[in-house]
Ligand binder design. Structure first.
Ligand SMILES: [Zn+2]
Length: 671
C-alpha cells in the first residue's frame, strides 16, 4: 500500500493531505525517505564525471524532497498537535536524523567534489545566486569538520558527541532545580496579590499535591509574584531561589558543566582554524566579528544604564516612603516598578481586550500587507490537521503567491510559544514551488476570541516571518525565505510589529467587540506608551547577559565561568538592583545547545535594524510609503539568503543601521 505522505499530493495547492495521514505512516515514510536521500547522495558521489555545478550542487539541492515532505508534515503536527505516539516518534526520529545528517557532512567523496568546485569557482561561469549557494554549501561542510583528516577528524567527532551530552545534561539539571523548589504560602501571604496570581499559586499547589497555594520557579508564576507581593521577605526568598537555579551544589549544579562546554567549544573552533569560538560562530552572521557585537552592545549599554540608575533612584524613594531603609535590591525592583506603572500609565487589560478581536487583528495584518505589497487573502477550504486551523490563498494581481495557514488557539497538544514555519519553501529549482506557510500561536480561545496587546504584537511578529517566506523569490530552496543569518532573521518579523503601532491601523481595526466603536485615542496612546515602560531595566538585564555570553567565547575559555561573569559585570558597572536576565548556571540559550552561544546579542542586533528600517518609513512621513515598501520587498523580503545581509540592508536603506532609532524607540535617547 502506498504511503500517503510519500505519494503525490492531489490537494489544493499540494497542501499535505492531513486527513489521509495517520500516525502509523510516519515511521515507514521516514525510513523510505532517508533511504531515498542516501541513494541520491550516493548517485552524486559515484558520478564518474568531474564535478559540475549541475551534477553536484544542483543535485544536492534537488535531493531529499521526500525527506522534506515527511519532516514538514511530522514537525508541524509534533509541535502544534502532539500526542503520546507523536512524542515517542519524535524521540525515535531525532537520533536517526542527527546520524543521517552528520553522515552526509562527513562524506569525504562528496566533500572532495565540493572542494574541487570551490577551487575552480571563478572558471565555472556561475550566476551570483549560484556562486552564493556554492559558497554556503562548501562553507557548511568545512565548518562541520569535513576537511579534517585523521586524528583531528576523530577528535572533532568526540567533541561533538560530548557537547551534545553536556547540552542535554545542562537542560536537565536546570529543569530538576526548577521542579524541586517551591515556597508554600499561607492565606495571609496572599494579601495584595491580584486574583490571577492567587489562582496560579493555588493551581501550582494542587499540581504539586500541596495543601495550599505555592510559588514555584516557573517564570509565569514567579515574575508576577515578584511584581505584586508586598511581602519583602518572601520576595527575597523567591528571588534568591530563582537566581540560584543551576548553582545549588550537588548533582544538578551546572557550573562545571558550563566550564567544560566552553573549553570544548574553544578546542573545536581551533581545530577548524579559528582564533576562538566567537570568531567561528560569528563568521556566518551579519555581525561577523566579536568587536562589532561588543561595539553595538556598548552603544546601547551606556544610555540603558543611565536610565536604569535614574529609575532606581525613583524606586528607592518609593521604597523609603514604605518605611524601608537601605538599598533597593533585585527582589524590590519589579514590585516598585509595578507600583510606578500603575501610577503613571494604568492600563486596564480588561478594558482593552474587547477592542482586540483576533479576527480583526488578522484582518489588520492582511490589510497592511495589502497596502504595502499588494497581497490579497482569500479563505481556503481545505482539510488540515486540527479544526482550529484556517487557511487562505495569497494572491497578487490574480497570480497565486502561496498559502497562509493560521493555527491561533492554545490547547494541551501544542507546545508553548509562537512560531512560523514553511510547510513548503519557495523555490524555482528543480521546478517552481509556491510556499505554504504556517503561523502557530497560543491565544486563549473565545467566542469571539479576544487578544491582549502582547498577543496582537505576536500575531504581527509571526506574520512578518510569514511574509519573508511568502514573498521569497529565489531559485534555490537552501537560500529561500527565512534561510538567512540568525542575527538577520528577526528583522522582517520585528519590523512588521511596527505596523500594529501605526495609529490609523489601531483606529481602523481595534474596534469594540459589542459596540463596534474604534478604540478611543486616549486608550490607544496609553497602549503605545506603556510598551516602553521600564526599558532601562529590561535593556540592562538583557545586555549584561549578552556581554557575558560574548566574553565567554571571545578569547581563551575561562576555567571558572562564574569568576569571568563577575569580572564582566564589574567591568560594566552592573547596577546593584538588577540581576542578569540569564545568569551562567541557567543560561540555557548559551549552554543547552549551540543555537545562541555567542549569539544572545542577536535579538538586539535585529531590534537595531527593525527600528532603523521602520525609521525609513517615518522619514517619508508615510507608514505605507510605496517606494520604501517596494525596496523592502525587493532587497529584503524577496531576497532570502541570496546575498550577505549587510549588502541587502545597505541596498534597502542606503547605509548600514545605526542605534539611534532603537534608543529612541526604547525611550533611552534622552538618557
Ligand atoms: Zn521571530
Amino acid at each position: 500500500m502506498s504511503n500517503p505522505i510519500l505519494s503525490d499530493w492531489n490537494t489544493p495547492f499540494q497542501i499535505a493531505p492531513f486527513d489521509a495521514i495517520t500516525d502509523g505512516d510516519f515511521a515507514p515514510a521516514l525510513e523510505l525517505a532517508l533511504a531515498a536521500h542516501r541513494d541520491e547522495i550516493a548517485a552524486i558521489t559515484e558520478d564518474p564525471e568531474a564535478a559540475t555545478f549541475a551534477n553536484t550542487i544542483e543535485a544536492l539541492e534537488a535531493a531529499g524532497s521526500a525527506l522534506d515532505k515527511v519532516l514538514s508534515v511530522f514537525f508541524t503536527v509534533a509541535g502544534a498537535d502532539s500526542n503520546p505516539d507523536r512524542e515517542a516518534l519524535q524521540r525515535a526520529f531525532s537520533p536517526k536524523l542527527a546520524a543521517h545528517f552528520s553522515e552526509i557532512s562527513a562524506n569525504k567523496a562528496l566533500f572532495a567534489r565540493l572542494a574541487d568546485l570551490w577551487a575552480r569557482r571563478h572558471k565555472l561561469d556561475l550566476k551570483p545566486e549560484q556562486e552564493r549557494v556554492l559558497m554556503l554549501t562548501h562553507r557548511g561542510f568545512v565548518r562541520a569538520g569535513a576537511a579534517l583528516e585523521g586524528e583531528a577528524s576523530e577528535r572533532m567527532k568526540a567533541i561533538k558527541g560530548r557537547l551534545a551530552t553536556l547540552g542535554t545534561q545542562f537542560t536537565q539539571n536546570l529543569l530538576a532545580d526548577e521542579r524541586e523548589w517551591m515556597m508554600a504560602l499561607s492565606e495571609g501571604d496572599l494579601e495584595g496579590l491580584p486574583d490571577f496570581v492567587i489562582r496560579a499559586a493555588r493551581t501550582a499547589g494542587e499540581e504539586k499535591g500541596q495543601k495550599g497555594p505555592i510559588v514555584t520557579l516557573s517564570r509565569s508564576l514567579i515574575v508576577p509574584f515578584l511584581q505584586f507581593s508586598p511581602r519583602r521577605d518572601l520576595r527575597e526568598k523567591a528571588w534568591r531561589a530563582w537566581a540560584a537555579r543551576g548553582a545549588n551544589g550537588g548533582e544538578t549544579d551546572n557550573r562545571d558543566t558550563a566550564a567544560e562546554i566552553l573549553a570544548l567549544r574553544e578546542e573545536r573552533a581551533k581545530l577548524l582554524g579559528y582564533d576562538n569560538f566567537a570568531a567561528y560562530k560569528l563568521e556566518t552572521e551579519m555581525a561577523k566579528t566579536p568587536a562589532a557585537v561588543r561595539d553595538l552592545l556598548m552603544q546601547v549599554w551606556q544610555p540603558a544604564k543611565a536610565q536604569a540608575e535614574a529609575d532606581a533612584t525613583l524606586l528607592t524613594a518609593m521604597m523609603q516612603a514604605d518605611g524601608i531603609n537601605g538599598d533597593l535590591e533585585p527582589w524590590d525592583w519589579r514590585y516598585y516598578a509595578e507600583k510606578r506603572r500603575k501610577a503613571e500609565h494604568d492600563l486596564d487589560e480588561a478594558e482593552l481586550k474587547p477592542y482586540l478581536q483576533l479576527d480583526r487583528m488578522i484582518e489588520a495584518a492582511f490589510a497592511c500587507a495589502n497596502r504595502l505589497f499588494g497581497l490579497e487573502f482569500a479563505p481556503l477550504d481545505v482539510a488540515l490537521y486540527h479544526p482550529d486551523c484556517r487557511a487562505w490563498e495569497v494572491t497578487r494581481k490574480g497570480e497565486h503567491v502561496g498559502v497562509f495557514i493560521g493555527d491561533y488557539f492554545a490547547r494541551g497538544s501544542k507546545r508553548s510559544g509562537a512560531w512560523c514555519s514553511a510547510m513548503r519553501s519557495q523555490a524555482k529549482f528543480p521546478h517552481v514551488q509556491a510556499p505554504v506557510v504556517i503561523n502557530v500561536c497560543n491565544f486563549a480561545k473565545g467566542d469571539p476570541a479576544l487578544l491582549s496587546y502582547d498577543d496582537a504584537r505576536t500575531l504581527f511578529h509571526e506574520f512578518g516571518h510569514a511574509l519573508h517566506q511568502l514573498l521569497s523569490d529565489v531559485t534555490y530552496e537552501s537560500i529561500s525565505g527565512t534561510s538567512v543569518a540568525r542575527d538577520f532573521v528577526e528583522l522582517p518579523s520585528q519590523l512588521y510589529e511596527h505596523w500594529l503601532e501605526v495609529p490609523e491601523v489601531l483606529s481602523e481595526f481595534a474596534t469594540h467587540v459589542e459596540t463596534g466603536a474604534p478604540m478611543p485615542d486616549a486608550m490607544r496612546d496609553k497602549v503605545l506608551k506603556a510598551a516602553n515602560f521600564d526599558m532601562g531595566f529590561q535593556t540592562v538585564e538583557y545586555v549584561a547577559s549578552a556581554l557575558v555570553d560574548l566574553a565567554f567565547h571571545d578569547g581563551a575559555a575561562p576555567a571558572d565561568p562564574m569568576a569571568k561573569q563577575a569580572e564582566v559585570l564589574a567591568g560594566i558597572g552592573m547596577p546593584h538592583a538588577i540581576g542578569m536576565r540569564h545568569a551562567t548556571p541557567h543560561f540555557a540559550h548559551v549552554f543547552a545547545g549551540d543555537g545562541y552561544s555567542s549569539g544572545y546579542y542577536s535579538y538586539m542586533w535585529s531590534e537595531v535594524m527593525d527600528a532603523d528600517a521602520f525609521a525609513a518609513f517615518e522619514e517619508a512621513d508615510d507608514a505605507f510609503d510605496p517606494t520604501r515598501a517596494e525596496a523592502l520587498e525587493r532587497f529584503i523580503l524577496s531576497a532570502g539568503g541570496s546575498q550577505e545581509p549587510e549588502a541587502l540592508y545597505t541596498a534597502f536603506r542606503g547605509r548600514l543601521p545605526g542605534v539611534e532609532a532603537l534608543l529612541k524607540g526604547r525611550g533611552l535617547a534622552a538618557a
